[in-house]
Design a binder for this molecule. Structure first.
Ligand code: ADP
Ligand code: ZN
Length: 214
């Protein structure tokens, strides 16, 4: 199954992707994570995308398309994948239609006011990348990762001013992606406005749809 994950920043896409990836044993390809790893490893790619990520701007299509296309050609994606963070522009979506067959694009829908508080409270482990939330998913010890003991940090692009910028870019550039994929009959809307304790209600909607594909 080749699945695309759509939705605004802060919709919880990474979390849903992880749960679905465990259930269906297919890898999650997170474009943001690919870029952040490249930045940490100080590769050529990392150097070319660094400034875009820290300001919340989109990386140019040409770079993104190349990175994603190559990644999806790797062996582990042969039996399926979950693609998180791509496509984010209509040209990226058009390119995708040429290089991969997509079964469904789950579009996670969350009201605007919920989004801002979800991102603002998010804290990420600097060592293993696990995600916590000051209110929704607090770590057992403040500032420390439950899983590996690493220090929790706020991503630079999760500070208020940058969040605002990312939401504006989402409205302008990424919302049209869902409209475009809808015309291809690929979009299934998922109501993601549930508290974290009821995350099953969100995942169930995805599973119910995937059942119909089998
Ligand atoms: P979120 O899903 O919370 O917005 P991501 O980790 O997916 O965060 O992305 C972080 C940053 O990586 C984006 O703000 C952008 O700079 C860059 N990025 C990720 N995916 C894409 C993409 N498909 N096109 C352009 N830039 C991207
Ligand atoms: Zn950790």
């Amino acid at each position: 199954m080749n699945i695309v994950i759509l939705g605004p920043p802060g919709a919880g896409k990474g979390t849903y992707a992880r749960l679905l990836s465990e259930k269906y044993t297919i890898p999650t390809i997170s474009v943001g994570d690919l870029f952040r790893k490249a930045i940490t490893d100080e590769t050529k790619l990392g150097k070319s995308v660094k400034n875009y990520l820290s300001s919340g701007e989109l990386v140019p299509d040409k770079i993104v398309i190349e990175v994603v296309k190559n990644r999806l050609e790797e062996e582990d994606c042969k039996k399926g994948f979950l693609l998180d963070g791509y496509p984010r522009t209509v040209p990226q979506a058009e390119a995708m239609m040429n290089f991969n067959r997509i079964d469904v694009a789950f579009n996670f829908v969350v009201p605007d006011d919920v989004i801002a508080s979800r991102i603002g409270g998010r804290r990420t482990c600097s060592k293993c990348g696990a995600i916590f939330h000051l209110i929704n998913v607090p770590p057992k010890v403040e500032g420390i990762c439950d899983i590996c003991g690493g220090t929790l940090i706020q991503r630079v692009d999760e500070k208020p001013q940058i969040i605002k910028n990312r939401l504006e870019i989402f409205r302008e550039k990424t919302k049209p992606v869902a409209d475009y994929l809808r015309t291809k009959g690929l979009v299934v809307d998922i109501d993601a406005n549930y508290p974290i304790e009821e995350i099953d209600k969100i995942i169930d909607q995805c599973e119910n749809y995937l059942q119909t594909l089998r």
